[in-house]
Design a protein around this ligand. Structure first.
Ligand SMILES: Nc1nc2c(ncn2[C@@H]2O[C@H](COP(=O)(O)OP(=O)(O)OP(=O)(O)O)[C@@H](O)[C@H]2O)c(=O)[nH]1
Ligand SMILES: [Mg+2]
Length: 318
């Protein structure tokens, strides 16, 4: 059930779900919920619902979250990834913003993120492109995050600068297309590789990263190695799952509201899964006659492109 934070005035036409995974975050959860820019979002026509996906906290996390107007979803299974999977299956909103509950990420940037989500499927808040406050991230973690990001880029061919960030924004359609499997701290690597596999367009905004008031649940070395191994496994599995020549067409809505039938194709050169329309099943005609490499991050060419060699038409699925 969707429970929205009360507001006065402006009319909302779309919805945004703010998703916060928590495990014993009583020291910070109140501030995170307070910082959700409900009024600003409403001015942009967005009604906000805050969901706290709690993994059996033994402190007052849930009580505080309820007091602040959030909806609690209890996740019995362990791990941040389990919480995110449950949230993404339960919510049905036009946009979803995922943010950690330890008050280290600027959730007040949600409005800016939803603006970008009008053009992109996914927005990532990048700490490494932004500013890391003193004491917020150890040198080991800076190194680990940088190495994991370079690995993700090399494996999936998409340029992002902070693959492990805890601040992500999604269009609702994009959330429904993710096939997530990670239960622990590999969830961001899973989200990233799914975005790559599904050919979703990704934008980044630089963010300020704050220090945690409490101790972290993540273990730098153990979880870092797990995340690296997860990225490699996902890449290998993606290779084995291709090409999907006999895949069933899927009906999706493009940015301008049309419905088109798409089938999966494997784009060997870019090592990514693309979505290719079947001309006989749609009335969509190519609007461009060139292939733009790296176009995943270009808002002006993202909607429809044609590979002149194969005559495949690639659409972003919004
Ligand atoms: N539901 C649920 N949430 C969790 C679990 N483990 C961690 N979280 C939440 O996931 C978010 C990220 O966890 P952190 O411990 O901050 O991990 P991190 O941000 O990667 O590590 P730091 O940079 O050291 O803070 C926080 O809001 C946690 O409360 C879990 O088992 N279940
Ligand atoms: Mg944290």
């Amino acid at each position: 059930m969707l429970r929205t934070i009360p507001h006065d005035g402006d009319e909302a036409t779309e919805t945004v779900a703010v998703v916060i995974p928590t495990l014993n975050e009583e020291r910070s959860i109140g501030r995170v919920i307070d910082d959700v820019p409900v009024a600003d979002l409403l001015k942009k026509g967005l009604e906000t619902a805050v969901y706290v996906i709690d993994g059996r906290s033994s402190d007052n996390t849930r009580e505080i979250a309820v007091e602040k107007g959030a909806t609690i979803i209890l996740e019995e299974r362990q791990g941040k990834g389990s919480a995110i999977q449950t949230a993404f299956k339960s919510i049905d909103a036009d946009y979803a913003i995922m943010v950690d509950g330890d008050d280290t990420y600027p959730i007040d940037m949600a409005t800016e993120m939803t603006c970008l989500l009008k053009k992109y499927d996914v927005v990532i808040g990048s700490r490494l492109k932004g500013f890391i406050e003193p004491g917020a991230m150890s040198r080991l973690n800076v190194l680990g995050n940088t190495l994991l990001t370079l690995l993700a880029r090399a494996l999936f061919g998409i340029t992002v600068t902070d693959v492990c960030t805890g601040l992500w924004g999604y269009r609702g359609d994009a959330v429904r297309r993710l096939e997530l499997e990670a239960h622990g701290f590999e969830i961001e690597a899973d989200m990233f590789s799914e975005c790559a596999r599904k050919g979703l367009s990704i934008a980044e905004i630089p963010i300020r990263y704050r220090a945690r008031a409490d101790h972290a649940k993540l273990s730098s070395l153990r979880d870092g190695l797990r995340i690296g191994a997860f990225l490699c496994r996902k890449r290998l599995m993606a290779r084995m799952r291709t090409p999907a020549a006999n895949a069933q067409p899927e009906r999706v809505r493009t940015a301008d509201g049309r419905h088109v039938a798409l089938v999966q194709r494997w784009d060997v050169r870019n090592r990514q899964q693309k979505w290719t329309h079947r001309p006989e099943q749609t009335n969509v005609r190519p609007i461009r006659n060139h292939w733009t490499e790296g176009a995943l991050s270009d808002p002006d060419t993202i909607d429809e492109q044609v590979n002149v060699e194969t005559q495949e038409m690639v659409l972003s699925c919004r």
